[in-house]
Write a protein that binds this ligand. Structure first.
Ligand code: AMP
Length: 443
């Protein structure tokens, strides 16, 4: 078995790894190391929980030399604030015995404090795209010394609508740089990005796309509605001792809050909720309490939970099934069964979700085991407003075809399709910076 000593790491890195308690590289770490060290562009496709963060951090830190220059040489882009904090934390652990100045910047954090940190000098900058652009526009940050770019969870970044920001950043960066991308899945959008901005990238692919981790036991209940789901969850929390660290995925913020309200009386001290309407301190606190084991349950929307490395999650519960992409299911269940642990993925599947269940099973080439709802669980007949069938008022006539409806569904005009980057001046500034770096589409 390969050990970290076989990887030509420095003593400082080996010692840091040994302090963390890691001896052997994971397969993605072993495969990525020589490729990244060679300076080539690389695309790493590995499921979450495989150690992909260290897969790019190890060679980056191995090649980082001491410098007093202030502007960053490595840029790591991630989709969420939580991931910024997580990656900064991982860098701190690995660089314990070496000199590496790592700064994390993200929207919602105090920009002046972040500006000061950047001004004080940084080797590795970890950022969300929006805040990165703000810092560039304020001239605090310059890209001219960036030698390596890592885009982590790029598919999620595109899902979240960061496309134009990402392209702006790619256009401003110096032409001569190493591009690295790590993600759990590849889709058309991601492939387009690679085609336009990467130079002959080497693909580091561990598993065929869509294959679930073998260590995850996958089970499901067919459940008719929201209130029955709540009853079932309550029953499981009361009777299943193994339910000690449960990450619950829901389709939107309202459902997250509704579950909390429904379970509040009995379990309020054991439940945390995280979604984009929560303040940043609330978000950090919810993740911390869950990770440390103070909370038994973390109710989360996809956007927030993506990429978070949570220790020893015993169960992932799809309270709501993903509604758009079957691959989201794979991302979610990857939150359990991480590193060398086994985990259980449970899904509450309604009639509406049946096509999605099929799609997921086809993608995984595997059936999800169906469990019987325990007798003691009350099957509720109550329906939420969203679940009630829509009754059409026959007295309402259809609008004649030639009249364009004024609702939210008509096609946006081209000029309105653009993501708002803050007006003409901001755009102009970005263009100037891009010109200065003499970089447009690189390859
Ligand atoms: P990631 O896929 O980067 O989110 O990492 C998943 C988990 O695996 C994290 O908790 C890491 O700390 C852990 N991990 C990373 N590398 C190793 C390793 N070589 N041996 C054991 N665990 C690791």
């Amino acid at each position: 078995m390969t050990t970290f000593k076989d990887l030509n790491l420095t003593k400082q890195l080996i010692n840091a790894l040994s302090d963390i308690g890691f001896e052997n590289p994971t397969p993605i770490q072993e495969k990525a190391f020589p490729v990244i060290m060679s300076g080539k562009d690389a695309v790493g496709i590995a499921q979450t929980g495989t150690g992909k963060t260290f897969a790019y951090l190890l060679p980056i830190l191995r090649q980082l030399t001491y410098s007093e220059q202030r502007q960053p040489r490595v840029l790591i882009l991630v989709p969420t604030r939580e991931l910024v904090v997580q990656v900064v934390d991982e860098v701190a652990k690995l660089s314990k015995y070496m000199h590496a100045r790592c700064v994390g910047v993200y929207g919602g954090g105090n920009i002046n404090i972040q500006k000061q940190k950047v001004y004080d000098g940084v080797d590795i900058l970890v950022a969300t795209p929006g805040r990165l652009i703000d810092l560039t526009l304020s001239r605090t940050l310059q890209f001219s010394s960036i030698q390596k770019l890592v885009i982590d969870e790029v598919d999620e970044m595109l899902n979240l609508g960061f496309r134009s920001q990402l392209i702006k950043i790619l256009d401003i960066l110096p032409q001569k740089r190493q591009n690295l991308m790590f993600s759990a899945t590849l889709n058309e959008d991601v492939e387009m990005m690679i085609e336009n901005y990467f130079y002959k990238p080497e693909y580091i692919e561990l598993i065929s796309r869509g294959t679930p981790l073998e260590k995850i036991i996958q089970q499901a209940y067919h459940v008719p509605n929201f209130y029955t789901k709540v009853n079932l969850l309550e029953h499981l929390l009361k009777h299943e001792k193994s339910f000690s660290k449960v990450l619950v995925f829901v389709k939107n913020k309202k459902i997250a809050d509704d579950i909390f309200k429904a379970l509040e009386t009995e379990f309020s001290q054991e439940i945390g909720v995280i979604h984009s309407n929560k303040s940043q301190p609330q978000r950090f606190s919810a993740v911390k309490k869950f990770d440390e084991g103070t909370h038994r349950l973390l109710i989360a929307t996809d956007i927030i939970a993506r990429g978070l490395d949570l220790k020893d999650v015993t169960h992932v519960l799809n309270f709501d099934m993903p509604s758009k992409e079957a691959s989201a299911y794979i991302h979610r269940i990857g939150r359990t069964g991480r590193a060398d642990k086994t985990g259980i993925a449970l899904s509450f599947i309604t009639k509406l979700n049946l096509p999605m269940q099929k799609e997921i099973e086809t993608l995984m080439k595997k059936k999800i085991e169906l469990l019987k709802i325990p007798e003691a669980v009350e099957i509720s007949e109550n329906l939420t407003q969203d679940e009630k069938p829509v009754t059409r008022d026959k007295s309402l006539k259809k609008a004649p075809k030639h009249i364009t409806p004024s609702g939210a569904f008509h096609e946006k005009k081209d000029k309105n399709k653009k993501v708002n980057l803050g007006g003409k001046r901001r755009q102009e500034n970005l263009r100037r910076i891009a010109e200065k770096n003499v970089r447009n589409k690189p390859f």
